[in-house]
Design a protein around this ligand. Structure first.
Ligand code: SAM
Ligand code: DTB
Ligand code: SF4
Length: 331
C-alpha cells in the first residue's frame, strides 16, 4: 500500500478504521486467536551499533552488561519450557551487528537453531545483518522466520542509528527472503517520529514482496543511559491505530503487539487485539526489558475469550509475486 492510501486510512475516524480492520481480520484470521511467542536473549549487551533506543549498545552506560553467547543446553531448557507453557514460536535475539559465515559463533548459532527446530515450534532469530550465504545457511539450519525491523521511516532512520543504514536493513531482508525464510519486520513507535514517518515505515513494510509473515509493533521502552531515555510514552490509541492500518495493509501477517505492552492497561491491550493484533511475546522478560507476567496474560486472555494459536512449525515462506516489483533490493 502506498503512502497516500495509508494516509487515507489514518485520517479515518478511529471507529471507522477499527471496523475496516476488523473486517479484514475476520477474513484472514480466527476471530479470537493469539499466537504466543517466547523471546530469549541468547547474547546480551556489548553491541557495536548505536541504535539510540537500545539498552544493549556498548556506547550507553547502564546496568546491561555484555554477556557471552548462552550455552546450547541452557537455551534448550528455555525452549522446552516455552513449548510446555503453550508458546508456538521461539524467538532468539542476539546483540550483534550481524553474523559472518565461517566464524565460530555463527557455527554455534546454527547448531543451536538446528536443535531448537526439533521441538516443533516456529523458530525465529534476530542476529543483525546477513549476507546471501549466511541467510542460506540459517535457512538450512532450520530458521522459520528472520526478524529484522526497519524501526522507522527511511527519512528518520539516520536520526536514530548512524552505524548502519536503512539500506543495509533492506539488503538483509532481501537476502533472508531470497533464502526462503519468512520475514518478521516491523518497527518502534515513540522514537520522536511524525505520523508521516509512521506511515512511511508501513509503506516500506507493506510493499515488501512477499509481504512479511509477521509485523512486530513495538512501543519504545525508554532505557536508562540511552539517548531516548527521557522520551514521552506512546499513546495506546496511536498504537491501536497503527495496528489497524497494518492489519488492512498486510492482511495475512501476524501483527505482534510487542515491546511496551507492560505499560498498557488491560483495556488498552484489548483495543489493540480488536484492532488486529494477533500475536504477543509471552513471558516476563523481553530481551533486557520487562513484559507482563504469564499469569496476567492468561487472565487477560480468559477475560477476552482469546485462545492460543496452534503450532505451525512446517510453515513455508510465501513466494514472491512476480507481477509486482521484488522487495527493495541491493544497491
Ligand atoms: N541486533 C539485532 C537487530 O538490531 O536487528 C537484533 C536485536 S534488536 C534488540 C531487535 C529489535 O528490538 C529492534 O529492531 C527494535 O525494534 C526492538 N527494540 C530494541 N530496543 C527496544 C526498546 N527499548 N523499545 C522498543 N523496542 C526495542
Ligand atoms: C521485536 O520487534 N521486538 C522484540 C524482538 N523483535 C526481538 C525485542 C523487544 C526488545 C525490547 C527491549 C528490551 O527488552 O531490551
Ligand atoms: Fe545492537 Fe540490535 Fe541493539 Fe542496534 S538494536 S544496538 S544492532 S542489539
Amino acid at each position: 500500500m502506498n503512502y497516500q492510501q495509508l494516509k487515507e486510512l489514518h485520517d479515518l475516524p478511529f471507529f471507522t478504521l477499527l471496523e475496516k480492520a476488523r473486517e479484514v481480520h475476520l477474513k484472514h484470521w480466527d476471530n479470537n486467536e493469539v499466537q504466543l511467542c517466547t523471546l530469549l536473549s541468547i547474547k546480551t549487551g556489548g553491541c557495536s551499533e548505536d541504535c539510540s533506543y537500545c539498552a544493549q549498545s556498548a556506547r550507553y552506560k547502564n546496568d546491561v552488561n555484555a554477556e557471552r553467547l548462552m550455552e546450547k543446553c541452557e537455551i534448550m531448557t528455555r525452549a522446552k519450557a516455552a513449548k510446555e507453557n503453550g508458546s508456538t514460536r521461539f524467538c532468539m535475539g542476539a546483540a550483534w551487528r550481524g553474523v559472518r559465515k565461517g566464524t565460530e559463533r555463527f557455527e554455534k548459532v546454527k547448531d543451536i537453531i538446528s536443535e531448537v527446530s526439533t521441538l516443533g515450534m516456529e523458530v525465529c532469530v534476530t542476529l543483525g545483518e546477513l549476507g546471501k550465504e549466511e541467510a542460506s545457511e540459517l535457512k538450512e539450519a532450520g530458521v522459520t522466520a528472520y526478524n529484522h525491523n526497519i524501526d522507522t521511516s527511511p527519512e528518520h532512520y539516520p536520526n536514530i542509528v548512524t552505524t548502519h543504514t536503512f539500506q543495509d536493513r533492506l539488503n538483509t531482508i532481501r537476502h533472508a527472503q531470497d533464502a526462503g525464510m519468512s520475514i518478521c519486520c516491523g518497527g518502534i513507535l515513540g522514537l520522536g517520529e511524525t505520523t508521516e514517518d509512521r506511515l512511511k515505515m508501513l509503506e516500506v513494510v507493506s510493499e515488501f514482496n512477499p509481504q512479511p509473515e509477521s509485523v512486530p509493533i513495538n512501543s519504545l521502552m525508554p532505557m536508562p543511559g540511552t539517548p531516548l531515555s527521557g522520551s514521552e510514552p506512546v499513546d495506546v490509541f496511536d498504537v491501536a491505530r497503527i495496528i489497524a492500518i497494518s492489519r488492512i495493509a498486510i492482511p495475512k501477517a501476524k501483527i505482534r503487539l510487542s515491546a511496551g505492552r507492560k505499560n498498557f492497561t488491560e483495556e488498552g491491550q484489548a483495543l489493540c487485539f480488536f484492532a488486529g493484533a494477533n500475536s504477543i511475546f509471552y513471558g516476563e522478560k523481553l530481551l533486557t526489558g520487562n513484559n507482563p507476567s504469564t499469569n496476567q496474560d492468561i487472565k487477560l486472555m480468559e477475560k477476552l475469550g482469546l485462545h492460543a494459536q496452534v503450532p505451525n512449525p512446517d510453515m513455508v515462506a510465501e513466494s514472491c509475486d512476480t507481477e509486482k516489483p521484488a522487495s527493495p533490493c541491493i544497491n
